[in-house]
Design a protein around this ligand. Structure first.
Ligand SMILES: Cc1cc2nc3c(=O)[nH]c(=O)nc-3n(C[C@H](O)[C@H](O)[C@H](O)COP(=O)(O)OP(=O)(O)OC[C@H]3O[C@@H](n4cnc5c(N)ncnc54)[C@H](O)[C@@H]3O)c2cc1C
Length: 467
């Protein structure tokens, strides 16, 4: 019998939270058992909870925590193909394979995500313009579906199920394992160039001139107004060759000393990240970077995952948590939507501590996978309640008018009606899901909010709370 334990489950934004019965299976077979022991309640897989909103929450349901399903099942060093259980984290993959000369093909801004979560959100990284999204590098998936069977799906076998699972936010079943192709690297170092960009036009100019770089992203000061609107620091990098950079030993030793000290868990200071401190940080960070192009070598950790250095940094936002807003809008020579979004934010008085902007490449997928050709902006806001929700509603209208969409892995609040206009593919996706899950076995708070699951899969009590 599965041991279920009632727990409050939250995403990285810590808004909203919901109570569910959770199980933490140690073996793949126990996931099937959990499905059998669900007692009529809906079920959802939960990875490392790095989605921001309610994608990994299921109020009143059964949540399967996958983090102990973390076995690497096979690796072919001649091709880079890794077979691993879905609870393996990118941290596990990198720590195991970077010293052997391999790296994940796509990484988000944290390595604390599971492979299952990465596929379910079809994550994108700084290399989307050349490498596409995570699913572009996944060959085959073992998926536990609603009737208790494990279905092996890929682009030839049950392709509809495979494509619906990519970006499907856990609503087609529980990913048990997958084949992922790692890429070869020659050192843990990244050859980095940073360019201070003075406004939005300058960002697009530098971005267009950086297409040959495999990794590009820009931090953006979204408090800047007028001619400085869109100013920031553009970063472009590539994996360095052997011997191109100093030995990694010193940095490894330093990290061992510093990392345990950087844990924001015990403090919850509501005052730490407010408008004034965020504006001061933005100004200082911008000025820290000199004019022109700066060249350096950095270790892959600070380059890809700068925030992982502070454990539980999400707690710096205090008990009310935070919300992330991440749209993508199609290419437009005048960048009207991006301009309007930045204008509205800078005049709203709400400041975003972390704001990044990036141009996606052409690769995109059917179903609910988020990336589309165009520009994406990701913004973290302290949770200011209704006034912030009102601002986001007005930003949704700009995104919709431009033909854009929001990233479900970051969302906690978009309305069903707006979501359905942003993702016209939802109906076809839903038909595939209903075929494989006619009784609504899989559900999530996000799925209920957006109409992605059957109405019968409704909460069974007052188990949802929002700060
Ligand atoms: C600091 C930070 C930076 C980030 N940067 C980026 C970025 O650059 N690009 C990007 O794309 N994302 C980014 N993200 C978001 C993150 O990559 C995704 O939300 C990812 O899905 C989180 O993985 P997880 O294992 O924590 O999954 P969870 O958050 O636990 O779950 C996310 C979704 O995946 C589903 N899921 C999890 N495991 C399984 C499974 N085994 N089978 C089926 N479904 C499953 C859940 O049901 C849920 O719907 C960032 C997040 C943080 C906190």
């Amino acid at each position: 019998m599965t041991a279920w334990r009632e727990m409050t489950v939250e995403g990285w934004g810590r808004y909203p939270r919901s109570v569910a019965r959770c199980a933490r299976p140690e073996r793949l077979a126990e996931v099937g058992q959990a499905l059998a022991d669900r007692d009529g309640s809906p079920v959802l897989a939960h990875g490392l909870g790095r989605s921001y909103g309610d994608a990994a929450l299921l109020a009143g349901g059964r949540v399967v925590l996958t983090e102990r399903l973390d076995r690497m099942l096979g690796f072919d060093a001649s091709t880079g193909w890794l077979t691993a259980e879905a609870g393996v984290s990118l941290l596990d993959v990198i720590r195991t394979f970077a010293p052997r000369g391999f790296f994940p093909p796509v990484v988000p801004g944290t390595q604390l995500v599971t492979l299952g979560g990465a596929l379910a959100a079809d994550i994108h990284g700084k290399n989307h313009h050349v490498a596409g999204s995570f699913s572009d590098h996944v060959r085959r998936v073992h998926l536990l579906v609603a009737d208790g069977r494990t279905v092996v799906c890929d682009r030839e076998h049950e392709p509809e199920l495979f494509h619906a699972t990519v970006g499907g936010m856990g609503l087609t079943g529980v990913v048990l394992s997958m084949d992922l192709q790692l890429v070869a690297i020659e050192s843990p170092w990244i050859e980095l160039e940073t360019v201070r960009v003075s406004n939005l036009d300058h960002f697009f100019e530098v971005s267009a001139g950086s297409e040959a770089w495999p990794y590009t992203v820009s931090w953006i000061d979204c408090a800047a107004t007028g001619k400085a609107m869109g100013r920031g620091v553009f970063m472009r990098g590539r994996h360095a060759g052997p011997g191109a950079a100093p030995s990694g030993r010193l940095i490894e030793r330093l990290k061992a000393v510093v990392e345990p000290l950087l844990d924001a868990r015990p403090i919850e200071p509501d005052w730490l990240l407010n408008r004034a401190t965020i504006r001061a940080f933005n100004e200082t960070y911008f000025r820290m970077h000199g004019r022109g192009v700066q060249r350096s070598f950095v270790h892959y950790e600070p380059f890809f995952f700068p925030l992982d250095a502070v454990k539980n940094w999400n707690r710096l936002y205090g008990a009310r948590g935070m919300m992330q807003y991440q749209p993508v809008v199609p290419p437009d020579p005048d960048h009207r939507a991006m301009r309007t979004i930045l204008e509205r934010i800078s005049t709203s008085g709400f400041a975003s501590f972390l704001a990044v902007i990036k141009e996606f490449g052409e690769s995109h997928h059917s179903g609910l996978s988020f990336p589309r050709p165009g520009t994406t902006l990701a913004l973290d806001f302290p949770n200011h309640g209704q006034p912030l929700l009102d601002l986001m509603d007005t930003l949704d209208d700009v995104v919709l008018d431009a033909g854009g969409r929001l990233y479900l892995g970051k969302d906690a609040r978009v309305t069903r009606e707006r979501f359905q206009r942003m993702y016209p593919e939802w109906r076809a996706w839903r038909a595939v899901r209903d075929h494989w899950d006619p009784d609504g076995v899989f559900a999530s708070d996000l799925g209920r909010r957006l109409g992605l699951v059957q109405d019968g899969a409704a909460p069974t009590g007052p188990t949802r709370s929002a700060a």
